[in-house]
Design a protein around this ligand. Structure first.
Ligand code: ATR
Length: 283
């Protein structure tokens, strides 16, 4: 039986094994996907050595906090990974480890699914970590007009400016309170509002005075409706959470590992429904 893994820290509540094993069993692929929690005892280096030796390993996913660290252990990186500087998917091919990023595709597909067009839009992105970079790359590829990035640590936001210089503007977080700039879309990529700190919100949408955005997105999926999204809905704004992004990035990873497979929209819809039920139970 072939093997796939998710490596990261604190994976206990991850629903990725459910998503991948459902796809694998529905498609009749003889493989199993499991969490592999790294620690001070089993480090990234040891895990990669194990993967290289084990002929049954097809590939693995990477989550927080290893999406950047993994790159030094890979033999080749895709063009997307080179720009985003982070990978969430690795495939073993002819003994080589190839790094990919499917987060940005998951983000792009989720927006398409929700029916949001970012072309020529003015967008505010909250946060500047790995997830922010994947989202910004997606927005850039989809033709966003201007992207404003704000982050608790200003220098970290500054450090990503060069990646997409022409459309990216960094604004200090204090400016959010001082000035009411008008944005068409606001996207939260920070962990603010995530379970268990569900009362927190990364942006005071309640008191946002400028003309309201048409859409706000939170990449968090636990809870399904963060305080940020709830407050936006009260204002009549269309919202989206991160569950579709999670499922679509998994679908894209499966396609990389097992080229030529067809994951139908019916199966994706079924997985989304089951994930919603699972997350709602944990909330
Ligand atoms: P990921 O890969 O999920 O993006 P990350 O690289 O650790 O994870 O980035 C997390 C983002 O959430 C960062 O932008 C972080 O801000 P800092 O750069 O200042 O650390 C942001 N973030 C996390 N906790 C936050 C908090 N309590 N308030 C504001 N921003 C926070």
């Amino acid at each position: 039986m072939k093997k796939l893994f998710l490596i990261g820290k604190s994976l206990k509540h991850s629903i990725s094994p459910f998503i991948h094993n459902k796809i694998l069993s529905e498609l009749g692929i003889d493989a199993v996907y499991s969490n592999f929690e790294l620690s001070d005892f089993v480090k990234l280096k040891e895990f990669v050595e194990m993967v290289r030796k084990d002929k049954d390993v097809v590939g693995f996913n990477i989550t927080i906090p290893y999406k950047e660290d993994i790159l030094e252990f890979c033999d080749e990186v895709s063009e997307d990974v080179r720009i985003i500087e982070a990978a969430n998917t690795v495939k073993k091919e002819n003994g080589k480890l190839l790094a990919y990023n499917t987060d940005w595709i998951g983000f792009k597909k989720s927006l398409e699914d929700i029916g949001v067009d970012v072309k020529d839009k003015k967008i505010l992105v909250l946060g500047s970590g790995g997830a922010a970079k994947a989202c910004i790359y997606g927005l850039y590829r989809m033709g966003a007009k201007e992207i404003f990035v704000t982050n608790r640590t200003y220098e970290k936001a500054e450090s990503i400016k060069d990646l997409f210089e022409d459309i990216l503007k960094i604004i200090p977080v204090e400016w959010l309170k001082k000035y009411d700039f008008k944005y068409d879309i606001i996207i939260n990529t920070t962990s603010v509002g995530m379970f268990p700190n569900i009362e927190n919100s990364p942006f005071d949408i309640e008191n946002y005075g400028a003309s309201i955005p048409v859409f706000v997105y939170d990449i968090i999926y636990n809870p399904l409706k963060t305080t940020f999204l709830k407050e936006a809905e009260i204002k009549g704004i269309k919202t989206g959470n991160g569950l579709k992004m999670l499922v679509y990035q998994a679908v894209e990873a499966e396609k990389i590992w097992f080229g030529g497979i067809d994951i139908t929209s019916n199966l994706i819809a079924e997985i989304l429904n089951e994930c919603e039920r699972k997350v709602a139970k944990v909330e």
